[in-house]
Design a protein around this ligand. Structure first.
Ligand code: FE
Length: 250
């Protein structure tokens, strides 16, 4: 009887926990203890049942399907493995066959395709800028496997005028833009990385997360990556994006 009550309590507690996460829109760390959200029949590798905050696309998306995991093209920087899983926020099931686009700047703050724009000066005042050249470093697309996973090999980004350091992620499901967001780094980690080569050669002030209007206004605190160091000191992170596949994002 005592055992039965305990089991019932555990199941009840798990459901409540799921509700709480949804109400607060708070992102659970990927490596947190697995919560058995029986209500959503979550797989053991799913830790979220909430819609991940969306953020603006910005003017530098390039709609080209560069299918590749390593997006660096040999450009320098602190190696970063970016694992992304895509989950249906309505039922916590992984979404396979989704197209996940990633783009960010090199260590000097340049976006490929737009290298005529000086990263030390304000961005063009347009929703979408026209590409200025054929470079495509730090851009790539991967298609999720049946567990909803993709992986990118890249480097820690640089920074440009007016923005904190960030990575853009855009997810297409069934041909529609289902989710558009940006992800960020913990300030302490950023301070450590940018004090090292090649980032420390950059003589241009960096905005912090707390000084970035998009981070502050668009739930950036729920989009900070949990970054770990591998045994050899490289950076590695996994983020689970809860998306609404029925939605066409703007
Ligand atoms: Fe950007």
């Amino acid at each position: 009887m005592i055992l039965k009550t305990s089991v019932l309590f555990l199941v009840f507690a798990a459901v409540i926990n799921c509700h709480r996460a949804g109400e607060s829109r708070k992102r659970l760390p990927y490596n947190s203890t697995v919560v058995n959200c029986v209500r959503f029949k979550r797989a053991s590798n799913q830790h979220e049942c909430v819609l991940t905050p969306e953020e603006m696309e910005g003017p530098y998306f390039v709609a080209e399907e560069l299918v590749r995991s390593d997006i660096t093209e040999g450009h320098p920087g602190m190696p970063l493995t970016l694992n992304i899983s895509i989950t249906d926020a309505s039922n916590c099931m992984p979404i396979g066959n989704a197209k996940v686009f990633v783009w960010h700047t090199d260590y000097l703050g340049y976006y490929s395709g737009f290298t005529e724009y000086d990263p030390n000066k304000p961005a063009p005042d347009v929703d979408k800028a026209n590409t200025t050249d054929d470079t495509r470093f730090m851009r790539g697309m991967q298609i999720t496997d049946h567990n909803g996973y993709v992986a990118f090999e890249t480097v820690f980004p640089g920074w440009y005028y007016g923005r904190t350091i960030h990575i853009h992620i855009e997810t297409y499901v069934g041909g529609n833009v289902a989710h558009v967001t940006q992800v960020y780094f913990d300030e302490k980690l950023t301070e450590t990385i940018v004090s090292q080569a090649p980032y420390n050669k950059r003589n241009f002030p960096r905005k912090k997360n707390s000084e970035d209007h998009i981070f502050v206004d668009e739930n950036g605190k729920d989009l900070v990556l949990d970054v770990m160091r591998t045994e050899t000191g490289l950076l590695q992170t996994t983020i689970n994006l809860g998306v609404d596949p029925s939605k066409i994002s703007n």
